[in-house]
Design a protein around this ligand. Structure first.
Ligand code: GLN
Ligand code: ZN
Length: 769
């Protein structure tokens, strides 16, 4: 095909859309089903209606090929486990008894069985359920859901393309099942898995599918030669099948790198590549690899995971270059639109000026269609639209809503000294020791205490105007009183106020910062039926007034013991928000850090001797490829230090991260230069302490000794044993006693008992020292 005819054939498509529906109908139906208020038939009807609505708005927008199979009751990776028959033995009976209930048992567990483990989908905030595999896994094709959804779309008259998680990514995301040797590599099951994919592909073809998309985002990470060989083999074999639809192998979230030539050479009919952000490197890489002669290229030129309008002119120029490199070029978002809210037009409270810069899923679909048209018919066909886009972009570039000279002057004036504590750790530690007078193995918590039904009701009542601000604040004050009183009685050493006033650890701050906005309907799936509304960091960030000082000071007024000031760190504020794309993230992080630095200094001035700056997201936004990591960690750790370094030597800075696997960021943890770090460890049996000890971590550490993810209350003997284990790696002068994470999801009775046991254990171990 010539470049002209490739252009003429340009089509717009997407890989997936938000599942929940405009009013989160899916959440309501699924949770209703769990509670027995909605029966299976009604749940299926709701799901069918949502799929139908989604295909309809996509088709009406002009999307030529709609995705199917991207819909899920809970998670598409779990759906893939079901599709290939990878049901763990412990869930088998439930699945056999009732497939839908069995499916939810795999997702959430039940009285008898634990669920699959859940983890982050690459560097997004979506969580998937980790497939569990072992040498005994027997795969068996179950294409029913995929075929049914595809047939639904077909029956409605749509041109549809089933979207599946590809076999290599499925195996690379899996982990050894419980009881299987931890060094078992799921990828060794590839030969067993491919025939199952072959069967599913044949079934989809029989149902009428012309194309099937196989998602292989795992190939954008650094991969070993053996893994790349497995990918080559997988697509050689699937490509060689005779009874199959045409195959489109999709990747996103970064460049394909070494995997690009592998897939380009594979006997498949199309590749879908991301051309946004760091993945823009796919363009020169593709040219260097000789393009995709004879293949279809689906070009992800519209960022599928941010909320900003596309630069249509720039995308058209990328698309124009790509035309010379493939047989046919189609236009797509970089990844599934699952990661963005549904419709920016539903936001009525956002400044209209600023609303022009926003594109959620529906707006992105319109951009894709416009681009396909511009590519196919020439820019003359979209002149007015291009002019409007240029005007919107220009209005953003010049807008005072996005640019605050005072903020810019401040970040420009930051010096190296601003992110260095005035004294080295040993001197600070001595000063803090004198000021705080804590015992060995001090006991503390991570910040939040149970967010009770009453607290949530009070917040809802305030929003609905059923109570006034004063009555709400009285409720909060009473809760803080209760939390402080309990900690004193239980004998904790460093107290917290319990965070009852915070709806969410990011949103609470975003609501008080200039440059950040919150949405009303901007829900994005986090996992299962949990949806979040990430704030949007649209402009320069500033803190007009103190955000936490009042409640912290109130809490401190109730006790002689130190109360920790509690803040969310700059990296986490960015990681759990939609961040502006018109300046480097490092610059936004620096602005955020300076705003939080003001808060830290105000807390210190108000008497706080201990301040915790949480960075649970530091590791999850680590770039997928090694090549980008050093730069990320440099600005991320600098932002943390800029937030915290202004305090006096005798003010103790804590930080917290909730994961046990941090081997790849050990250096970065050290570079935070926090005085104390608390980490998740209860579930990994203090391995954390061993690793930090072995790495020579020089400062204080609180490896979690209470697994807050479980309602189980650890007894004092068990906690004492964990502490003794910790002491073999970290000296008593530097070991803290605390839970794994905040207590907000737990109930009071468990929390009381568990914290009392922590204190008992700490006392017992102290005595033996
Ligand atoms: N301070 C927060 C809390 O306790 C930390 C939460 C987190 O690490 N995710 O809730
Ligand atoms: Zn945590």
């Amino acid at each position: 095909m010539t470049a002209q005819s490739a252009a003429a054939a340009a089509r717009a498509t997407v890989y997936g859309v938000p599942r929940q529906g405009p009013g989160r109908e899916l959440k309501k139906a699924v949770e209703g089903y769990w509670k027995g208020r909605v029966d299976a038939a009604a749940l299926h009807r709701t799901a069918q209606q949502l799929r139908r609505d989604n295909w309809q708005w996509l088709a009406e927008a002009g999307i030529h090929e709609v995705p199917t199979g991207d819909f899920s009751y809970y998670d598409h990776v779990l759906d893939t486990s079901v599709m290939v028959g990878a049901v763990p033995a412990r869930h088998r009976a439930a699945v056999d008894a009732d497939p839908l209930d069995g499916y939810f048992a795999m997702a959430r567990g039940n009285q008898e069985v634990a669920p699959l483990e859940m983890t982050k989908w690459f560097d997004t905030n979506y969580h998937y359920l980790v497939p569990e595999l072992g040498p005994d896994t027997v795969f068996r094709a179950d294409s029913r859901a995929q075929v049914a959804q595809f047939s639904e779309a077909l029956a409605l008259g749509h041109t549809a393309r089933p979207v599946l998680v590809g076999p290599v990514t499925f195996l690379l995301l899996a982990k050894p099942a419980p009881g299987v040797a931890p060094d078992f590599e799921p990828l060794t099951l590839l030969d067993r898995l491919l025939p199952v994919y072959a069967e599913v592909l044949a079934d989809l073809r029989a149902a009428g599918a012309q194309w099937v998309q196989l998602d292989e985002p795992a190939l954008v990470a650094d991969r070993t030669p053996a893994e790349l060989n497995a990918a080559a083999r997988a697509y050689r074999e699937l490509g060689a099948l005779t009874d199959r639809p045409q195959l489109l192998v999709a990747s996103y979230f970064d460049r394909l790198g070494e995997a690009l030539p592998v897939l380009a050479k594979a006997p498949v009919e199309g590749l879908a590549l991301d051309f946004t952000g760091p993945a823009a490197a796919n363009l020169p890489d593709l040219a260097a690899a000789g393009g995709l002669p004879g293949k279809r290229l689906v070009a992800g030129v519209v960022n599928g995971r941010n909320v900003w309008i596309n630069d249509l002119g720039a995308s058209l120029s990328t698309l124009g270059t790509l035309l010379g490199l493939a047989d046919r070029v189609d236009v797509a978002a970089s990844c599934s639109l699952l990661h963005v809210p549904l419709d920016a037009a539903a936001e009525r409270d956002i400044d209209p000026q600023l609303a022009r810069w926003l594109a959620f899923a529906r707006q992105k679909a319109e951009e894709l269609v416009t681009l396909a048209r511009g590519l196919g018919e020439g820019t003359g066909a979209i002149t007015a639209r291009l002019a409007a886009n240029r005007a919107d972009l220009a209005s953003r570039a010049n807008s005072p809503l996005a640019h605050d000279p005072a903020v810019r002057a401040r970040t420009a004036a930051v010096t190296d000294a601003d992110h260095r504590r005035s004294q080295p750790y040993p001197d600070r530690a001595a000063a803090q020791h004198d000021r705080l007078g804590l015992p060995l193995l001090p006991v503390t918590t991570i910040g939040s205490f149970p967010q009770t039904g009453e607290l949530r009701t009070a917040r809802a009542d305030l929003r609905a105007g059923r109570i006034d601000e004063a009555a709400y604040e009285e409720r909060i004050a009473a809760e803080i009183h209760e939390v402080i009183g309990f900690q004193e009685r239980a004998g904790l050493d460093v107290l917290v106020h319990g965070e009852p006033e915070r709806n969410d650890m990011v949103q609470y701050f975003a609501e008080q910062l200039t440059g950040a906005l919150t949405t009303r309907h901007g829900w994005v799936q986090s996992y299962g039926t949990r949806y979040v509304r990430p704030p949007i960091l649209a402009g320069d960030i500033a803190r007009p007034e103190p955000m936490t000082v009042r409640w912290t000071r109130y809490a401190q007024s109730l006790t002689e013991r130190p109360v920790k000031g509690m803040l969310t760190g700059p990296v986490t504020m960015l990681a759990w928000s939609f961040v502006r794309d018109d300046q480097p993230r490092a610059e936004t992080a620096r602005q955020m850090a300076l705003a939080l630095r003001d808060e830290v200094l105000d807390l210190e001035a108000a008497g706080s001797s201990v301040i915790q700056v949480d960075e649970p997201a530091l590791r999850e936004t680590l770039p997928l490829r090694e090549a980008g990591r050093a730069e990320y960690l440099a600005w991320a750790t600098e932002a943390f230090r800029l937030t915290t370094a202004g305090v006096r030597p005798d003010t103790q800075i804590h930080t917290h991260m909730c994961y046990a696997e941090f081997g790849d960021i050990l250096r970065a943890i050290d570079e935070l230069d926090a005085d104390v770090i608390s980490l998740e460890a209860a579930r990994s049996h203090m391995q954390v302490a061993d690793e930090l000890g072995a790495a020579g971590y020089p400062r204080e550490v609180g490896p979690g000794v209470y697994d807050i993810h479980s309602p189980r209350v650890p007894d004092a003997t068990e906690v004492a044993a964990l502490l003794r284990k910790g002491l073999s790696a970290i000296p008593a002068e530097r070991l803290w006693v605390n839970p794994d994470c905040g207590l907000k999801t737990r109930g009071w009775p468990e929390v009381r008992a568990a914290l009392e046991n922590l204190v008992t254990a700490a006392r017992e171990v102290r005595e033996g020292l």
